[in-house]
Design a protein around this ligand. Structure first.
Ligand code: HEM
Ligand code: HEM
Length: 259
């Protein structure tokens, strides 16, 4: 059978190889789902809804997930590392030229276009966590927070369109690669294992963090406590009347009006 592989990359015969470890795959789908849920709660259910505190809990958990992903960028498997994520503009331009010429180089890990969007998405999630926290604490960043959320929505929309475009054009199963972790590639480029244990540790950490925020949540004050640290954390805008918690814990305990 004369099966044509890639006109641009003769090299070794490609095989199905493991590229994405379990922590990266878990991170990806939890980030995508968590972001859409946080966005939906704030935009469509609104601040008055009973679900709103979960918006902030989700947002903070997404921030923790990105911090853990950054750590994984240093200690994780080959294609999850920053050394594979950072890229020069020239390579990006060559990549876009390659898309249309069909002579483009094929990438085992993230392709150059995804690498830029990934780094931007990481920064946006962290900025959303910080501006959301500031907004809930009565700061002035609500409009910045809303704008950042819309930018992330747009960037992830571009990301999904890019991935779908790539999938249709190259038909290399890129979408499912984020599910089962495999791509077609040079066997020498495969990662050694899927690191299921690190995946379990990742789930345990973020599960503990989110669970701890949710179980300490006090609907009367609209506040919860930072896991382990125990200091007060406001989850909704504190414009005086809305939440009895207002500014700090002393105020919370002195306002013992029974409600
Ligand atoms: C149905 C929707 C989605 C699909 C099919 C999808 C698919 C993918 C695929 C195939 C990759 C790997 C790309 C590559 O090989 O270079 C990827 C990476 C990534 N996607 Fe998505 N994605 C979706 C939604 C989202 C959303 C909503 C977000 C963000 C809010 C997101 C954030 C990311 C990030 C951060 C990475 C890099 C993962 C890492 O290295 O840790 N994705 N996505
Ligand atoms: C990925 C994370 C997050 C996303 C995508 C997100 C998204 C949004 C969106 C779309 C809005 C509505 C803005 C508008 O309509 O102008 C909003 C408002 C808000 N968010 Fe977030 N947010 C995130 C994280 C957080 C966090 C971590 C907190 C608090 C700790 C928080 C607290 C708030 C507050 C207090 C508002 C104002 C609600 C209002 O006055 O209507 N958010 N957020």
């Amino acid at each position: 059978m004369d099966q044509k592989l890639s006109s641009a990359t003769p090299g070794p015969v490609k095989q199905r190889i493991l590229v994405w470890d379990i922590p990266v795959r878990l991170f990806h789908w939890l980030l995508a789902g968590g972001f859409l849920a946080a966005y939906y709660i704030a935009k469509f259910l609104g601040e008055e809804s009973a679900a709103f505190p979960y918006h902030a809990m989700l947002g903070l958990t997404l921030g923790l997930m990105v911090l853990l992903r950054l750590v994984w960028g240093f200690i994780g498997t080959r294609w999850a590392r920053f050394s594979e994520l950072l890229i020069y503009p020239g390579e990006l331009i060559a990549y876009f030229r390659g898309i249309f010429s069909s002579r483009g180089k094929e990438y085992t890990g993230h392709n150059p276009a995804t690498r830029w969007t990934v780094l931007i998405m990481f920064a946006l999630v962290l900025a959303l966590g910080w501006t959301g926290y500031q907004t809930a604490a009565g700061g002035e960043l609500e409009s910045v927070h809303g704008i950042l959320a819309n930018i992330l929505l747009a960037v992830s929309g571009v990301h999904v369109c890019g991935v779908v475009f790539h999938a249709l054009r190259k038909r290399d199963g890129i979408i499912l690669s984020m599910v089962h972790g495999h791509k077609q590639g040079d066997p020498g480029d495969a990662i050694k294992g899927s690191h299921a244990l690190a995946g379990v540790a990742f789930l345990a950490l973020i599960g503990f963090f989110f669970g701890s925020l949710a179980t300490s949540f006090n609907p009367a004050t609209g506040s919860t406590k930072w896991p382990l640290i125990g200091t007060l954390l406001l989850l909704g805008e504190s414009e005086g009347e809305g939440y009895a918690g207002g500014a700090n814990e002393q105020q919370e305990s002195s306002e013992s009006d029974g409600d």
